[in-house]
Write a protein of this length. Structure first.
Lengths: 814, 231
């Protein structure tokens, strides 16, 4: 009975005070919606790779070590490492995995460029117990040329047909037979695989091509080229496992080194690579190694998001509490009546908690409708993928209900204990007075909210300025009017004739073959400075043709570029300024490098440096430019990309003509290209995303600050209504009454704004410290949000104040 | 003492505001018998409301003793006073003090939701009260839809619905015209006839004369008390 009475009165209160209830409801549902969205995102990010059965027992081996003076931290391991690890008691299964490069895959029914293609050995489906739709995971790799695919890949290539026994042809000539189909992996895995082919194919092909050198390849301890995964028993000590692997692999690598480094003046101690064991659930957030299959997310950003979600929830609850108690006077009489007729304090506490929780659940309903309708738009705005198009499917309702209940309890706590402590006889006498600390607490809260809003606006402005700076900063080449065509190797022997054909077009300025374009993760190789045999260095390595530097618009610092006639001499290389600086190559006379560690060269490869180019930013400006070696693209080598530089203003027409040429030469091959400027933007995707989120959060903080101000203004008017009435009777003008009433409020507004001046520069500096190259923040980043917030705050105070004041006047007149 | 509904001895109430002390009641000795109809009358500021609050267990005296149904309650904490008040004392106020968000029926029912009464019992008492005060046709209306007389009638019905031993009425006709005031006074008499002790607090001698016994207060003192003829 009591409960129904409380619920009834809660609903009636909402309906009777529609305007105020609507403001509270919108504020609350807005806060809940945003917080839930952020929490769902945090949950999505933190649950990466946890969907595999017994995922807590799945680990990955990674490499940490030194090559010369350079530290190496790579997700890749030497190929023989899995074999060594499987010798440890407690390793239930091990698996090697290598990604195939982007492949054109053909079936009898369809053809697609497939980026998620991997080769794995038999142990893979013992480590990852992926559920199969068709086929038996223990038997799918019985045949050397077998491949299993995800359900979506099967649908892409075979539609509704049974894919078992069907053939897939790769662009490297391999013909694979489908032996199984597994359910699609969720999106939040670091291992997004649509095709997993049998590892034995690689081995047999390498054996075929390397012949006598094959044992050297298969036992190479210094080439990091394989991802290694383990499934462990429950009681395995990770330290013991690491010790075992490193002891055993140390022995084998020493044997290999002695064999491989014969005649080379290289110190083994300077070429040590040690394995570390890493839980797969740590891959996405906790480690940021070179050569990750998929770029991980920043755990700092995710923690910041989690903090923001909690912050939003607390502020939402407090704001709601503020708005509830701001107009407490209208509840005083009811409380006094209830107390008079026997309501105990616990009855009233319960009543206000019920009201608060009920209101929160109403707001939750509204928030869910809101999120379901705008989920897609939000994920787009936040640039996040959560694997579902529906918010409802994304969230755990247990958590949502708990969170809502928590907000209700937090929001209901103050009214419950404050209201239930009222003395009936004082209320009937009209002796209820607002405590001074009620205003002070609200004031501090408003100041805090304003401070956060201004700080977020400032930081957001700084972020956008930094991104503009990055966009306009010189990157050592000219990305404009430059497109990159993928799979240049498909042209094969026709490559040169196609280039000539393209160059004959009026719109095209230059054409070039290149392995890695700026924005790609390049190969890292170890080199020795021939004039200083003790200096072993790691350098990014690229393969380009003679036209690359001109096509990309690089600038020469010393020496010369490659020329057409240099093709015959594969020992010639060009390096960048960072490499020259590191190697101490001030002059180009007798600057020689020795490539080490390939393990395949039958003789040492000594390289002559013929030129030094100004640094090109292959990575984002967050990082310092890596030392880089440009080798010549030798005959027969596979080239990944074809660069085409258009004349100014001719790009649109030019692309069409390039496509015509491509399709005329390769009618069966898809023409896939991207604009290099887009690739450059891709480098800052995370920063763009964060800047966008910063802007959204600034807006949210602004809304909360306004709601806080509304609550405070209502509270102040209520507490000073008597003074206002007296002032009015003494013929004071309305503006004068408002100024007198809200003088204190403006103090809190200024306190909030001014304290943001202390916080904003610190946050901006912290964020910019993550960039190697950054802009110098100007005062505008601080002043503009400050002025904007001042205007919004005082406008809110004036508009709400005048409205509430009028209602007070009306009431006193009636 | 057990025959008294309420009994006070040397009751003193002093309000303190900072360093300022304002005496409201001085050495008040008052007895209200079970089923008695007593009128406490006096001008504004005489101490009627202070006495009302103490007799209604809404406030504690500064000193002196208050016995409610034989039990000393003057120094009890609020929680215990609430428990005693619940089900034993009904209240009628000058400004009706109905809950605006509740209907007539719900307002009358309000005191019973804090009792452990069965639903059947609550329903029965509710129906009975609404019939007795002729409010059945207004049961679903809100206070704002009623006349002042109707509102005070609802307040009266609410105060006796749980059949208390004592009804305290503080200027119950203060917001009513004279005809409505007369009706309310008649209803108070009717309540008293049902065995409920009524203490009427009023500034009107004419209204006080309706009671069996009158107590005149002035400046916090009881100056006279007795039957109509005596005063």
């Amino acid at each position: 009975m009591r409960w129904s009475s409380f619920i009834k009165i809660a609903f009636r209160n909402i309906l009777l005070h529609r305007g105020f209830s609507l403001v509270s409801l919108i504020g609350l549902s807005f806060g809940i919606a945003i917080a839930l969205l952020v929490l769902a995102y945090v949950d999505y990010e933190t649950s990466y790779d946890t969907h595999y059965p017994e995922s807590e027992h799945i680990y990955r081996l990674v490499s940490h070590g030194m090559i010369g003076d350079d530290t190496i931290q790579s997700a890749l391991t030497p190929q023989p490492l899995a074999q060594v690890a499987s010798g440890f008691n407690g390793v239930k299964a091990s698996s090697r995995l290598v990604p195939g490069t982007r492949k054109l895959v053909k079936s009898n029914y369809a053809r697609f460029n497939e980026p998620y293609f991997f080769y794995a050995d038999n142990g893979f489906f013992h480590v990852f117990e992926i559920p199969f739709l068709i086929g038996n995971p223990t038997e799918v790799f019985n045949d050397t040329n077998s491949v299993v695919l995800s359900r979506s890949a099967s649908q892409r290539f075979f539609g509704t047909r049974n894919p078992l026994g069907e053939e897939l042809t790769l662009d490297n000539g391999l013909v694979l037979k489908v032996t199984g189909v597994y359910y699609d992996l969720p999106e939040n895995t670091h291992l997004r695989a649509d095709f997993i082919a049998n590892w034995q194919i690689i081995e047999s092909r390498m054996e075929e091509s390397l012949k006598d050198e094959y044992p050297k390849w298969i036992n190479n301890w210094f080439a990091l080229n394989t991802y290694t995964y383990l499934r462990l028993s429950e009681d395995v000590s990770i330290d013991s496992l690491e010790n075992y692997i490193n002891t055993e692999s140390g022995k084998l690598s020493r044997i290999y080194f002695n064999d491989f480094a014969v005649g080379m003046d290289v110190d083994y101690e300077k070429m040590t690579v040690r394995a570390k064991v890493q839980p797969i659930s740590d891959i996405h957030l906790s480690t940021h190694l070179d050569h990750e299959i998929q770029k991980g997310a920043s755990s700092t950003y995710v923690s910041v998001f989690a903090g923001i979600a909690i912050f939003i929830l607390v502020i939402t609850a407090i704001n709601f509490m503020n708005l509830t108690t701001a107009r407490a006077a209208r509840r005083f009489k009811e409380i006094a009546i209830r107390k008079t007729f026997g309501a105990g304090r616990r009855h009233l506490v319960l009543q206000f908690f019920i009201e608060s929780v009920l209101f929160c659940f109403l707001a939750l309903g509204l928030a869910l409708v809101f999120m379901e309708l705008f989920f897609g738009r939000f994920t787009e705005l936040f640039d996040i993928s959560m694997g579902h198009s529906s918010f409802i499917n994304q969230i755990s309702f247990g958590w949502v209900l708990l969170i809502t209940l928590l907000i209700g309890v937090i929001a209901g706590s103050y009214p419950s204990f404050f209201f239930s402590g009222l003395r009936a006889e004082k209320v009937f006498k009209g002796q209820m007075r607002t405590h001074r600390w009620g205003i002070i607490i609200r004031g501090i809260l408003v100041a805090f909210q304003i401070c956060i809003a201004v700080a977020l606006m400032s930081v957001s402005m700084a972020m956008h300025n930094q991104l503009n700076f990055l966009k306009s900063a010189p990157v050592g080449y000219n990305p404009e009017n430059l497109i990159v065509i993928e799979r240049e190797y498909a042209l094969g022997a026709q490559s040169d004739s196609v280039k000539q054909l393209l160059l004959s077009k009026d719109e095209i300025e230059s054409v070039s073959s290149v392995h890695f374009v700026p924005g790609d993760e390049t190969s890292i190789m170890s080199y020795k400075n021939v004039s200083d045999t003790a200096q072993v260095v790691l350098m990014a390595t690229n393969m380009v043709d003679a036209h690359f530097f001109k096509t990309i618009g690089a600038r020469l610092a010393k020496g010369r570029w490659f020329e057409e006639q240099d093709y015959a001499d594969s020992s010639l290389v060009v390096i960048n300024e960072s490499a020259a600086r590191m190697l101490g190559f001030n002059q180009l006379e007798n600057c020689k490098l020795e490539l080490i560690g390939s393990g395949l060269a039958t003789e040492q490869l000594v390289l002559n440096v013929i030129g030094v180019i100004k640094d090109i930013h292959y990575e984002s400006l967050k990082n310092q430019v890596r030392p880089m070696v440009f080798m010549q693209h030798f005959q027969g080598a596979r080239s990944e990309h074809l660069l085409v530089k258009f004349k100014k203003g001719s790009m649109e027409v030019g692309i069409h003509k390039v496509e015509e040429v491509w399709t005329s030469v390769l009618p069966e091959e898809p023409f896939v290209y991207f604009n290099q400027i887009d690739k450059l933007d891709e480098l800052y995707r995370e920063e763009y995303r964060f800047a966008r989120i910063g802007l959204i959060l600034a807006f949210i903080a602004l809304v909360f600050a306004i709601l806080g101000l509304i609550g405070m203004v209502s509270f102040v008017v209520q507490s000073k209504s008597k003074n206002m009435e007296i002032s009015r009777m003494l013929s004071a003008s309305s503006p004068l009454i408002l100024v007198g009433t809200f003088r204190g409020v403006s103090g809190y507004i200024f306190a909030g704004i001014l304290s943001s001046l202390l916080i904003s520069p610190l946050v901006i500096d912290y964020w910019l410290s993550g960039f190697y190259y950054s802009f110098t923040p100007s005062g505008y980043c601080l002043i503009i949000p400050l002025v904007f917030m001042s205007i919004v705050s005082f406008l809110t105070v004036y508009l709400v104040g005048i409205r509430v004041f009028k209602s007070v006047v009306k009431k006193s007149e009636s | 003492m057990n025959n008294f509904m309420i009994h006070t001895r040397n009751l003193v109430k002093v309000y303190r505001n900072g360093f300022v002390e304002t005496p409201a009641l001085s050495n008040v000795n008052l007895d209200v018998g079970k089923g008695e109809y007593v009128a406490v009358f006096g001008p504004s500021g005489s101490g009627k409301t202070s006495l009302f609050n103490i007799l209604g267990l809404l406030d504690n005296p500064t000193s002196g003793e208050v016995f409610f149904m034989g039990r000393e309650i003057g120094s009890l904490p609020e929680r215990q006073r609430t428990r005693i008040r619940r089900g034993n004392i009904g209240f009628v106020f000058q400004h009706f003090n109905l809950v605006d968000e509740l209907t007539v029926q719900e307002n009358i029912e309000l005191p019973m939701i804090y009792h452990n009464l069965s639903l059947k019992e609550r329903r029965y008492r509710l129906m009975e009260a609404m019939e007795r005060f002729r409010l059945s046709h207004k049961r679903h209306e809100y206070p704002r839809q009623l006349t002042n007389l109707q509102q005070q009638t609802v307040a009266l019905a609410r105060s006796v619905v749980f059949n208390p031993g004592l009804l305290l009425a503080d200027e119950p006709t203060g917001d009513l015209d004279s005809a409505s005031g007369t009706e309310i006074m008649e209803l108070l008499s009717m309540v008293n006839e049902h065995g409920i002790a009524v203490v009427l607090f009023t500034h009107s001698l004419r209204e006080a004369q309706k009671a069996q016994r009158m107590v005149q207060v002035f400046d916090g003192h009881i100056v006279t008390q007795g039957s109509q003829g005596l005063i």
